[in-house]
Design a protein around this ligand. Structure first.
Ligand code: SF4
Length: 330
């Protein structure tokens, strides 16, 4: 691990000022991903800015029935178990509980989860020379290497990595809005614009600016989000990242689909909002035939590689099962 200095931020302004003036400074929150990356030599910050004492742990209703605000430092376990989340946004609670282990969820924060980096094997191994995300211009080891966990949608020739988060998939389906604060003030970023596809710059995961800190995540009021389900398919029953996951939210009226929100995990560089599937479901009868047609529509553009083509059919089946489970809810 390289030497670094340590600063404990006393307020968000100080934190943003430090990271804005030192390009190699990193925010330290739960540290559940960053410390691993530092130990591996993938991240080499010269300064850590500890924000754990900042008052950003709230989980509270927004005024006028406007939804729920989750503080950037709210721990994953606290969010997953909070009555406002369990009752109004069960898909988010389920996604969080499907992630990592209880010990990790007790430390991992909402902001940190949004910034989780890919679990691509080549990215994590600095001894391996080819990784455009770790070393821009070096190539992509996964493209012709072992790519079982890699992307089938939205990838580029530069990078086929996936976003590993479960929480992010549920936030994408719920149209969450990320609140950030920077040296120039505060701004709101819709979740769909927060994470990036790899394109020619896979080294840049998000549209968060260098001097910006995640202060909160807002969930809009979605009355039908009580009918929602998170399905995670993985190699073992716990403490594993998703091969494919689905966050499904259904608005049903007399057996017809009035609206649907679907996001996929484990298949793309960002949580993948399944807009083609959503369009295919609109106004249709909620049955398996409809769900399969929606899944086919979404995965029509999917492209697999040597070891991950199985994900295409797996994603279709996962969409059908998640929608069927949501539709069957009382
Ligand atoms: Fe690096 Fe992305 Fe290729 Fe993995 S998929 S080796 S993260 S460039």
């Amino acid at each position: 691990m390289n030497p670094f200095s340590y600063t404990r931020a006393v307020d968000p302004q100080q934190a943003t000022s430090v990271i804005g003036s030192n390009a190699s400074a990193k925010i330290l929150a739960g540290g559940t991903n960053l410390i691993d990356l530092m130990k591996m030599g993938v991240e080499r910050p010269t300064q850590l800015v500890d924000i754990n004492r900042l008052p950003l742990t709230q989980i509270e209703e927004l005024p006028n029935g406007g939804g729920v605000r989750i503080g950037g430092l709210a721990r994953n376990s606290d969010v997953a178990e909070h009555p406002l989340i369990v009752q109004r946004y069960p898909v988010l609670s389920q996604a969080l509980l499907a992630g990592a282990s209880p010990q990790l969820r007790n430390l991992a924060t909402t902001g940190g989860n949004l910034l989780q980096r890919t679990r691509c094997y080549y990215f994590y191994d600095p001894a391996f020379p080819q990784c455009n995300k770790r070393q821009p211009g070096s190539g992509c080891g996964a493209l012709n290497g072992f790519n079982r966990i890699h992307a089938i949608l939205g990838q580029s020739e530069q990078c086929i990595a996936t976003n590993p988060s479960d929480m992010n998939v549920a936030l994408a389906a719920l149209d969450a809005v990320v609140q950030v604060q920077g040296a120039k003030g505060a701004r709101s970023i819709p979740i769909g614009d927060f994470h990036r596809l790899p394109g020619d710059t896979p080294n840049i995961d998000t549209n968060l600016q260098a001097d910006e800190l995640i202060t909160a995540v807002d969930l809009p009021a979605i009355p039908f989000a009580t009918r929602s389900h998170y399905l995670k398919i993985r190699d073992r029953a716990s403490y594993a990242f998703a091969l494919v996951s689905v966050a499904a939210v259904l608005d049903l009226q007399n057996g017809k689909i009035n609206g649907a929100r679907i996001a996929l995990g484990g298949v793309a560089h960002k949580p993948w909002r399944a807009q083609k599937a959503e369009a295919a479901l609109q106004g249709q009868t909620a049955d398996e035939k409809t769900f399969r047609a929606a899944a086919e529509a979404e995965l029509a553009a999917a492209k697999g590689y040597k070891h991950n083509s199985f994900k295409i059919e797996l994603a279709k089946r996962a969409i059908v099962r998640a929608l069927s489970t949501a539709a069957a809810m009382a």
